[in-house]
Design a protein around this ligand. Structure first.
Ligand code: M6R
Length: 612
């Protein structure tokens, strides 16, 4: 969601901040703004609805000069996308500016309390923050103290940056709750603040991720931290990313690049964890004793969107590999139920970003109930990784396309390893069985590459099917989540209506939709469920439906049953979702491109959802 970027140093700040914001575009936004503390001592604000490029063009030949700036890309929650509602927002003097990510839940009450002596220029909840700061500064506080007091007046979760013409050389940043992260980047004689790493990587890899409740006082040469009103130490860490990894290179879209990176992402997730020689799985960040793991009676998996679909596949792994009772739920539903969980429950959260507000809230609830927690996460240093007792990083590097692809396949792989590890530590998987689980995973990166090599067939399919406005995706067993994800990919990047159903459900309603204009994508795996899927295909064909079947190499009968077929290589039943997911990603991508959609930044979507 909203992107945040700030700079203080010796160089012209506005172009640095706008460039940083453009590297955060993938987060999703509808308006943009920058405030520069000019050499003259005045604050100059430039903001508008629309894209960063529009603002940059507007500023051509009249860039505000100054060595300190904060900038923001806004994803509207309170108040429509408009020039006035774009951040930064100023106090009444115009000398103090604020950018913000989150929702001020008590903003109406705060506006009332601020009274008539404060004039508001927007409909946003955010605008109360500079006015509260203005009042608090009148009490003789410095900006950092005033921000500390202001944060205590706000309800909800927030990430805030502020600067004032009356305190040049300082940007203050605050994180309260789970409204997205704030990262401080350390340069030489200059420092940066951002909501996410891509804005910082061209400048530095030495960073500090703010903790809940942290305030950072960022100057060109120093950064001080406090939490709960007291100074705290935060040591910078070096993140293992480089700017090249977040560049598009020769690819047309990040989504295309990231789909292509999947064999490597799977390999990186396995590397050093699956010990093929000794038939063991050891997870470096899951240091939980066998006795604690042995005390677990059941597993609850949570996530949102694509991560939820990975979690649904993970449930099969916990049941079939670790032989543990497992259930899975949408984090935003689970957190508002009254789940009966406790110290004998393992909560496995799945989150690419590690900052999704509902997933974090579910983790918070699990923490209150004393559950053991492991998170499957890609975001190094993210909040989820700080809350969990164990982490399985998906080691994908940054994912920029809003549609999750490589992190999805890596999360499935990580869940597989976690189930193997927990089964091993609980003593229910012997060496021989573990060998059986590890053998197919060794081939998985190569087989994923094989599927990608068949991508040209997908382009033809997309060419043929891009004109349809409704799709049904059907699968059974472990491929039910796969088709849910296939449908999600198609709708989010191409805006085509698509639904994923367990194929057994088809006759209970969705079959009414079948006609020649509603193509059906059906995943036909080998094994017990194959015959059932063939029956479903027959039922669709009997109603003049068109079927695209995704099957396994060698299943030639499918050619007769379906209108179009796409084959993937054979692997174990448990790992087959990794391979059957790829054609659906390619299909969604190619259809979206043919329809001229903005593949990497689909309308209304944000990469990291930090509000409810
Ligand atoms: O960062 P997370 O994995 O927690 O994000 C959850 C969803 O917002 C996310 O998976 C979303 O559904 C995908 N971007 C869709 O491709």
């Amino acid at each position: 969601m909203c992107g945040i970027n700030g700079y203080v140093g010796e160089r012209e700040a506005a172009p640095i901040v706008l460039d940083g914001l453009s590297r955060l575009e993938y987060r999703g936004y509808d308006s943009v703004g920058v405030a520069v503390l000019q050499d003259s001592g005045e604050v100059s604000i430039h903001k508008r609805a629309g894209k960063i490029g529009d603002l940059s063009s507007e500023l051509t030949d009249r860039w505000p000069t100054g060595k300190q700036a904060i900038g923001h890309t806004r994803w509207a929650t309170h108040g429509k996308p408009s020039d006035a509602n774009a951040h930064p927002h100023a106090d009444c003097t115009g000398r103090l500016v604020v950018i913000h990510n989150g929702i001020v839940e008590n903003h109406q009450e705060l506006r009332r309390r601020l009274g008539d002596e404060h004039t508001f220029a927007s409909e946003t909840d955010t605008e109360v923050i500079p006015h509260l700061l203005e009042n608090n500064l009148k009490d003789g506080m410095n900006l950092a103290d005033a921000l500390t007091k202001t944060m205590n007046q706000l309800e909800g979760a927030h990430a805030v940056l502020a600067m004032s013409a009356d305190e040049p050389g300082v940007i203050v940043a605050a994180r309260a709750g789970n409204a997205g992260g704030i990262v401080v980047g350390y340069g030489r004689g200059e420092n940066y603040v951002a909501s996410d790493l891509p804005a910082l990587l061209p400048h530095t890899r030495n960073v500090v991720f703010l903790d809940d409740g942290d305030i950072a006082v960022v100057r060109a040469k120093t950064v001080e931290y406090r939490n709960g009103g007291r100074p705290v130490t935060r040591e910078p860490q070096e993140v293992p990313y480089d700017p090249v990894s977040v560049a598009k290179g020769n690819y047309k879209h990040f989504m295309q690049k990231e789909i292509g990176e999947q064999p490597e992402a799977i390999l990186d997730t396995i590397r050093g964890r699956a010990n093929f020689a000794e038939a063991r799985v050891d997870l470096e960040d899951v240091q939980i004793s066998p006795s604690r793991l042995g005390s677990i009676k059941r597993v609850v998996l949570v996530g949102m969107g694509t991560s939820l679909h990975a979690a649904m596949i993970g449930r099969h792994y916990f049941e079939r590999i670790a032989r543990m009772p497992a259930e899975v739920d949408n984090a935003s539903e689970w957190r508002y139920r009254e789940p009966v969980v406790g110290p004998d429950t393992l909560l496995v959260s799945v989150s690419q970003s590690g900052e999704t507000v509902d997933t974090l809230a579910a983790m918070e609830l699990a923490r209150e109930r004393g559950c053991l927690q492991v998170t499957i996460c890609n975001g190094i240093g993210s909040q989820a990784t700080r809350m969990a007792d164990g982490i399985v990083y998906t080691r994908c590097g940054l994912e920029i396309g809003v549609a999750s692809t490589k992190t999805y396949l890596a999360a499935i792989t990580a869940l597989y390893l976690l189930a193997c590890h927990i089964g091993q530590e609980r003593g229910i998987i012997d060496r021989e069985r573990m060998g059986g689980y590890l053998e197919p995973i060794a081939h998985l990166p190569y087989l994923a590459g094989e599927v990608l090599a068949r991508g040209a067939e997908q382009e033809e399919l997309a060419h043929e099917f891009a004109r349809f406005d409704n799709f049904l995706f059907l699968g059974r067993g472990i491929h039910y989540p796969v088709v849910m994800e296939g449908a999600l990919k198609l709708k989010e990047v191409s805006y085509i209506h698509a639904e994923g159903y367990p194929a057994g459900e088809m006759k209970h309603g969705p079959i009414a939709l079948i006609d020649p204009d509603v193509p059906v994508v059906a995943v036909v795996q080998k094994g017990d469920l194959r015959a059932k899927m063939i029956n479903n295909i027959e039922q669709v064909k009997a109603r003049e439906g068109t079927v695209i079947a995704i099957g396994v190499d060698g299943d030639d009968e499918l050619e007769e049953k379906a209108d179009r077929t796409f084959y993937v290589p054979e692997t174990s039943d448990l790992l087959s979702p990794v391979l059957t997911s790829i054609p659906m990603q390619l299909f969604a991508y190619n259809v979206a491109v043919r329809r001229g959609c903005d593949v990497d930044q689909p309308r209304n979507l944000a990469k990291t959802v930090t509000v409810e």
